[in-house]
Design a protein around this ligand. Structure first.
Ligand code: NAP
Length: 346
């Protein structure tokens, strides 16, 4: 084969916001599958906020990407050669192959996808890791009850959009926070949230208070920063806060300026009996089979809708990822790397 593998490597660790110079495009020979492995052509690459953490060397729940290594990421690929008995050329699979156009993967690590059941890119979004994060974090930690108020930020995004819609399904009132009029209109009119507030407006805290007249029973924390500051005073006694992500803080280079507010936080955790619990979605891996069945049914019935923001070409991934950390994406961000071949000539 004359094709080469186009790869995006981590060139250097960012200081603050990532820049294009932190990435490097390179070309390498196609990798060779060994026994038990397959060769994949990558069709879609998922871009997710956690990748910012993998670019830094600081202490984290996962190992960072090394300098000169391929950037990490979830992918949907098509098998072009197989040395694993369960997979054949042409099969479409979910893998974790990173920012590259071809990859070798162990058959045991793959999940076969049915292109007739759903667009295969959804395995990276609503029917994949972000959708599962919303499902497990909201239902297991948030435990919303009918009539309660659930607030979620980044509400037009991959996780937040599912959180609000699941909250509605269980009979709660869903209040979204999103950046800009277009995203807010989508969250309210298309996703069916009960209210939405734009966090870019100058009176955002008072607008949020007005949107939550009964206070907040569940705050699904996706962003941190000033949004958390606005939500915190509204938390009711016994409120639950699944801490899923803090995207507003991912580019920070040091501790936030200002006084230490931790003692005040602890006082309120005690006096208002708050439950604040961080989580990484894989902690709930045993719930994945139930999630796949339930989410597919909700999508089929129209109770859960989703939006994808599809960027064309692997080369566009660094710029799109930088934009994700600034709120430039509108929906689940995926890179379309290559077309799916209908025949096995591939
Ligand atoms: N714990 C886990 O296992 C787990 C798994 C998946 C994701 N997460 C976390 O969940 C959160 C959402 O992820 P996602 O994949 O669904 O991303 P996303 O919502 O599709 O995209 C990120 C969104 O975050 C918002 N944002 C960016 N910078 C912000 C800032 N400075 N202040 C406020 N909002 C900002 C933007 O929306 P607006 O323009 O609307 O503000 C942006 O579109 C992230 O924090 C991510 O790290 C955690």
């Amino acid at each position: 084969m004359t094709q080469t593998n186009r790869r995006i490597l981590l060139a250097q660790r960012p200081n603050g916001k990532p820049r294009l110079e932190d990435f490097k495009l390179d070309e390498a020979p196609l990798p060779e599958p060994q026994d038990g492995q397959v060769l994949l052509k990558i069709l879609y690459l998922s871009l997710d906020p956690y990748m910012r953490g993998r670019m830094s060397a600081g202490k984290s729940y996962a190992k960072p990407v090394g300098i000169g290594e391929v950037m990490e990421g979830g992918t949907v690929g098509q098998i072009i050669a197989s040395r694993h008995p369960a997979f054949s050329p042409g099969d479409i699979v979910l893998s974790h192959s990173g920012w590259q156009s071809f990859a070798v993967a162990d058959g045991a690590s793959l999940r076969k996808l049915d292109p007739a059941a759903a667009p295969v890119s959804t395995a990276l979004g609503v029917l994949g890791m972000p959708g599962f994060t919303a499902y497990a974090g909201l239902l297991t930690i948030g435990q919303p009850k009918p009539g309660e108020t659930v607030v979620v930020a980044a509400a037009s995004g991959a996780v937040g959009s599912a959180v609000g819609q699941i909250a509605k399904i269980v009979g709660a009132r869903a209040v979204g926070i999103a950046g800009g009029a277009q995203k807010c209109a989508f969250v309210r009119d298309q996703l069916g949230f009960d209210a939405v507030v734009d966090h870019h407006t100058s009176d955002f805290p008072s607008q949020l208070r007005a949107a939550c007249p009964q206070g907040v029973d569940v705050y699904f924390e996706n962003v941190g920063g000033p949004v958390w500051d606005a939500v915190f005073p509204l938390l009711n006694d016994f409120a639950r806060v699944p801490v899923c992500g803090l995207i507003a803080q991912y580019n920070d280079t040091g501790r936030p300026a200002g006084p230490d507010r931790l003692p005040h936080l602890m006082r309120d955790v005690l006096s208002r009996s708050l439950l604040i619990r961080g989580f990484i979605q894989r902690e709930f891996a045993d719930q994945r089979p139930a999630f796949y069945t339930q989410m597919a049914a909700w999508i089929a019935s129209g109770q859960v809708q989703y939006r994808e923001d599809v960027v064309d070409g692997l080369d566009a991934a660094p710029e799109a990822f930088i934009g994700l950390l600034e709120g430039r994406n509108f929906g689940k961000l995926v890179v379309h790397v290559a077309d799916h071949a209908e025949d096995e000539g591939l």
